[in-house]
Design a protein around this ligand. Sequence first.
Ligand code: BQZ
Length: 694
Amino acid sequence: MRRKLYALGGAGLLLGISATAVCAQSVEPMSPPPPPEFAAQSEPIFVGISDILEYRALDSYSEPGWVTENFVNAGRLPPVEERLPAEPMVYKAANMPDGIGVYGDVMRHVIGGRPEGWNYFAGQVQGWGGIDIGMYECLTRTGPLFTIRADELEPMPNLAKSWEWSEDGRELTMHLIEGAKWSDGHPFTSDDVMFYWTDHVLNPNVSPLGGATPESFGEGTTLEALDDYTIKWTFAEPFPTQYLYQMAYGTFCPGPAHILRPHHPDYSDNTYDQYVNAFPPEFMNFPVMGAWVPVEYRPDDIIVLRRNPYYWKVDEEGNQLPYLDEVYYRLSTWADRDVQAVAGSGDFSNLEQPESYVEALRRSADESAPARLQFGPRTIAYSLHMNLSATGWGDPDERQQAVRELNRMTDFRKAVSIALDRQRLGEALVRGPFTAIYPGGLLAGTTYYDADSTVYYGFNLDAANALLDGLGLEDTDGNGIRNFPADMANGQDIEIAILTNTDYETDRSLAEGVSAMMENIGIRAIVQFQDGNAREAARQSGRFDWHIWREVSEVVTVVQNTVQLAPTGPRLHNFHRAGSDGTMELLDFEQEMVDIVNAFIRTPDLEERAELMKEYQRLFTENVYSVGLTQYPGALIINKRFANIPAGAPIFMYNWAEDNIIRERVYVPADAQSSNELHPQTLPGEPGGSGPAS
Ligand code: BQZ
């Protein structure tokens, strides 16, 4: 890489002895200031996984009365015991905060995303906000792990009801739930799992939305079906238990092969693009394994989902879940989600945009407020990601390539970082004890965080300018903007686009703050607003210089999406992926981080894992791998009529709250039920049909 850089770089770069040496005294690494105390309002009740659920046959099962009367007795559905697997998943009443529930009512979500279609498996977005989480079930489940005792922490069984490792730890045999069915009554088997693995994860022409690539499960890993309900993983390394987290939401949620396969290019004359778009949002009753099925869609208005009559989970009294007959998603804005949840016209929100905090707190403080608002831990963080690809990811033009060359220089990233006044960035979002300086890397207050391993370079404009001077980035035309060296991008002004999700006020505020602060060091950083879906497409295809990113998963828990902590594969990382030739040119410290992440995945030794993550954190923050901006807590807002909301549920930890609170167990007591259902006493109709069946 360096030879390439010097070949490209002008005299300025050749003479640019390490700028850090020039002004070492002014860019002293230090520990970040401790985040101001912010205690979550309630703590989870810690249990073991077996306290939450088990798989077993019960003596009898039941369902909502109207399902029996209008569908079973009318011969339109088999009896409930024939719609359930031999041993359904059974949620234990003792772990239900408010015990066994009753049927009825709807959870009214409001979201800022928009559906592209139902082909999640080929990369389509459904609008986020819990739609996908409620439709697509995965081999394992991690959302509810925030309530699991540390000594029992491992992914929960889900579609995979149990598993065992071979003696040598290189084979993992998983047993799938037996006799479960898709919401259209078609059997769920290992064929669905293998279709997802072979024709989506392994197929380089398909990009599943959760980002699964072969390397998500380890270099050289294979998967085979031993029979309809048994699959076997074979790994290169022994006991890589980490990959059980990868088999949860986002990365291993198989689709209905009987519906998808006829449209897949390997089994039809379709192009890949035709396959991705084969199930537009208008395609109703798309078969799912999840609790609810889409039955109505009105663009920019609403998506309505009705209970899945074949859902394979029950409570201890044999009541088929979910308790809620309907969920719907008003297609609005994320800010409106907060407003409606507080006002009571919506039922749920992850309060995550600090601009709404004061008003939401004020409105919820009132005794008569319709919703409960509970702050959790400080697990929301934003970073400025810089595209580090040197091998053509996103087909950069000359200017974009030159930006990447700069991004790849540690002194450049350091200069950008210390030119940012993070205190001001946080206060611009909200005043009060909420925001904290985030240096990047693992989040303060989380399991693997170690303050002594976290390097922070404080705000220092003079030192930032000195670093850029040292890199030979002069303002050669005197217009106040530094120029690339003569033989990079023709020595034009250094102009950088900041890809920003315009669906969030917070993303916009931070992007505008960064852009304004870059002027102080002679860089023109232009905010490039994109709506959520366009931003996702640009992010996934590498079409960005810089990107304002709300951190999730890996920097919060480390164990979820671990593989994304470093570029451990060519198509995995958030801001460094291979170009079309499949190659990457890792920076020296990046290779060290890759080795650390792979070592972390390989070892079950807790001490060793903690030490590895300290080294990871040092490398990340010392090299300003990405530029941390701000970190703050979110709050869960849920309408007071709902029961079985777990104490201390964070809006984000292993997953979002829509997964964490286990919505299929949530209910509304009979005397509190609303008449808000839009399609009462209906069930999903035929796949591709016009809508619900009454
Ligand atoms: C939560 C979440 C459930 C995606 C999305 C959205 C996309 C990102 C992220 C969050 C929304 C809500 O987050 O903001 O509170 O309901 O849906 O999936 O930001 O643009 O790509 O990673 O999860």
